[in-house]
Design a protein around this ligand. Structure first.
Ligand SMILES: NC(=O)c1ccc[n+]([C@@H]2O[C@H](COP(=O)([O-])OP(=O)(O)OC[C@H]3O[C@@H](n4cnc5c(N)ncnc54)[C@H](OP(=O)(O)O)[C@@H]3O)[C@@H](O)[C@H]2O)c1
Length: 363
């Protein structure tokens, strides 16, 4: 083919919409060649012109609510998964992002409402003032012994792997993983949240994905072996009333991965635009949550993406003046509500995106 004709064809492709430019090619389909005058002539090793190609019907979109709301009337009994998990002194709760805000409040909540070990992860433990104050106030108490502080920078794969090795060595199990760490930016000192396309900066977009979705997903991957069913029946020595030694088997309840997401990550709910990096990374987190849920359900791990509602933390501080009276949640309310959602989950809810009130949000 003529170099000029080839260049013209490739230039035309570059200015079409992404889907047209890729000609609907799906993974596994070979791109055979691009010929001048034969647009998007690609399929399984065959060439045909755009006019002779009969596009198949696209699959029906299931973009609206595919999940039921959380039913708070079930699973509150003592035999429920959450009651067993919360009353087990051997259970392990991991918080990614425990230094402040919602993550730090989850630590307080777990201390109050559960009996197990709490692994509080944050990237700079020495600088985490709120967390250090809490630990100091608990000094010498049994509660303090339940908290394990582990350094974790969710942007760094080595840090993720080191933290997981430590959790494996010390506990060899995880019952609840709370992926709370997240960034939005303030629009002044950071490029995000972006008000328009022109404000997007590649570095911030990448960082948002790293903190908001890639890090949490990699942490979930590394911790998954400590959450799956194979490891969940523990054997303990005990003795009966005649002092005979027995081996007691304790079946661990379903483990949960809860990812802190945001309503603005919902694609069907997006009628405003803006906030590209945050919206895109949370949408990706919702997809990751659902994909994980499909895979891990078989191994008794449920996953959920949660929208906390606008909560009074550092993250929302730059935008609070736009929040309607009575709509800014105290962090205690948010965490109480989210914990209730997590504790009331049933298998049918795994993979869903839920708000603080347990209402399913369409993807
Ligand atoms: N607050 C809201 O209104 C609201 C609304 C919707 C969704 N959310 C979501 O809820 C989650 C918690 O938000 P928040 O309001 O509690 O925010 P926050 O007060 O700003 O706290 C953010 C947390 O993320 C951690 N973090 C950031 N980058 C990190 C990194 N590279 N490695 C490890 N940790 C990192 C921070 O640790 P450092 O202290 O080390 O910086 C901090 O613990 C986020 O995922 C957010 O998107 C919040």
């Amino acid at each position: 083919m003529h170099q000029v004709a080839l260049k013209r064809t490739l230039t035309a492709l570059a200015f079409t919409s992404p889907s047209a430019a890729y000609g609907g090619v799906r993974p596994g389909f070979a791109v055979s060649s691009v010929t001048a005058g034969t647009k998007y002539s690609r399929s399984r090793n065959r060439l045909f012109s755009s006019s002779s190609f009969n596009a198949p019907e696209p699959p029906q979109s299931k973009g609206f609510n595919v999940y039921n709301d959380i039913d708070f009337s079930v699973s509150t009994g003592q035999s429920s998964q959450s009651s067993i998990r919360n009353s087990d002194p051997d259970a392990v709760f991991v918080i990614n992002g425990a230094s402040r805000g919602i993550g730090l409040q989850f630590l307080r909540k777990l201390l109050k409402d559960t009996k197990g070990n709490i692994v509080a992860c944050c990237r700079s433990p020495d600088d985490a003032i709120g967390l250090q104050e809490l630990l100091l106030s608990l000094e010498g108490s049994k509660s303090r012994d339940r908290i394990d502080l582990i350094k974790l920078d969710i942007e760094n794969q080595d840090s993720i792997e080191q933290a997981v090795l430590e959790i494996e060595r010390k506990y060899n199990r995880v019952d609840l993983l709370l992926n709370v760490a997240g960034i939005l930016g303030d629009g002044k000192n950071t490029p995000g949240p972006e008000r328009s396309l022109l404000k997007i900066e590649k570095g911030w977009l990448e960082k948002s994905f790293q903190v908001n979705v890639i890090g949490p997903l990699m942490l979930s991957k590394e911790l998954a072996p400590l959450m799956t069913q194979k490891r969940r029946t523990t054997k303990k020595k005990a003795s009966n009333k005649d002092n005979e030694e027995l081996i007691v088997e304790k079946k661990r309840p379903v483990a949960i991965i809860a990812n802190l997401s945001a309503r603005v990550g919902s694609i069907s709910d997006n009628f405003l635009g803006g906030w590209y990096s945050y919206r895109m990374s949370k949408a990706a987190l919702n997809q990751a949550t659902r994909t994980l849920a499909n895979e891990l359900k078989r191994e008794s791990v449920w996953c959920v993406a949660l929208h906390p509602g606008t909560t009074d933390t550092d993250l929302s501080a730059p935008f609070q003046k736009n929040v309607q009276e009575g709509r800014l949640f105290p962090v205690e309310f948010t965490v109480d509500s989210l914990m209730k959602v997590i504790d009331s989950m049933e298998e049918e809810n795994t993979g869903g995106l839920y708000d603080w009130a347990g209402k399913a949000i369409p993807f």
